[in-house]
Design a protein around this ligand. Structure first.
Ligand code: PGA
Length: 250
């Protein structure tokens, strides 16, 4: 049985104070959950989020990581900094990074290696564009994104790896993949993981669904056995709404 993971991706929202205010409202609402929960604030709000969560079992993640140990990379954040700031998780290859910041499959692979090496739990996002979805080539896109992401990573190193299927046409659009579409994409991702990392790693690997997850549709998605959790953008900004998603499955 894979432990469910509910991750909040706050994107470029919430100052340190707003992040702390969220945590204070959110913690009492999720005190009975057995699910793994992680909040991913903007980098400058990580410290305030970590501080506000002290004593709870809720984790903090970064939204990005650089693919080198350190160096002259203005504006970037290293694995070592992420760990030192109290984060345990990191989102890699989000479609907004791919679309607006030139993140390629090859970079995702390099970043993933650094994250795993640093002991972080990476949440690697894959997913097809609307045109690709309509052209019926979503599976090919997922296979390419996964096979390059997993390149020269050993099964032994990949134990913590989490994947997120985020069809780009469903992100922030209000359109959600049906549980059936999500399940079929997750099977493709799991098969790629089995080929590259071994069946055992693939069977244990959590695959989250992301794209317009809301309290109203979360239960039907999370009821699907292939869906091991959710990566939530818009609906994670409000403590009541994200708590409702966390609490919709035991
Ligand atoms: P959304 O974003 O829930 O607002 O669609 C999901 C994501 O981008 O991770």
């Amino acid at each position: 049985m894979r432990k469910r993971l509910l991750a909040a991706n706050w994107k470029m929202h919430k100052t340190p104070q707003q992040a702390a205010d969220f945590v204070h409202a959110f913690l009492p609402l999720v005190k009975n959950t057995d699910n793994e929960v992680v909040l991913c604030p903007a980098a400058l709000s990580v410290a305030a989020t970590v501080e506000a969560l002290k004593g709870s079992n809720i984790a903090v993640g970064c939204q990005n990581i650089h693919w080198e140990k350190d160096g002259a990379y203005t504006g970037e954040i290293s694995a070592e900094m992420i760990v030192a700031s109290g984060c345990t998780h990191v989102i890699i290859g989000h479609s907004e990074r791919r679309q607006y910041f030139g993140e390629t499959d090859e970079r995702v692979n390099k970043k993933l290696k650094f994250a795993l090496e640093a002991g972080l739990t990476p949440i690697v996002c894959v997913g097809e564009l609307l045109e690709e979805h309509e052209a019926g080539i979503a599976d090919d896109v997922l296979r390419r994104q996964c096979s390059i992401a997993f390149r020269s990573i050993s099964g032994a190193k990949a134990a913590k790896l989490v994947m997120a299927y985020e069809p780009v046409w469903a992100i922030g659009t209000g359109k959600t993949a049906t549980p059936h579409i999500a399940a079929s994409a997750h099977e493709t991702i799991r098969q790629e993981a089995a080929d590259a990392l071994g069946r055992d790693v693939a069977d244990k690997m959590r695959i989250l669904y992301g794209g317009s997850v809301k309290p109203e549709n979360a239960a039907s998605l999370l009821d699907e056995p292939e869906v091991d959790g959710a990566l939530v953008g818009g609906a994670s900004l409000d403590p009541q709404s994200f708590a409702a998603i966390v609490n919709c499955v035991k």
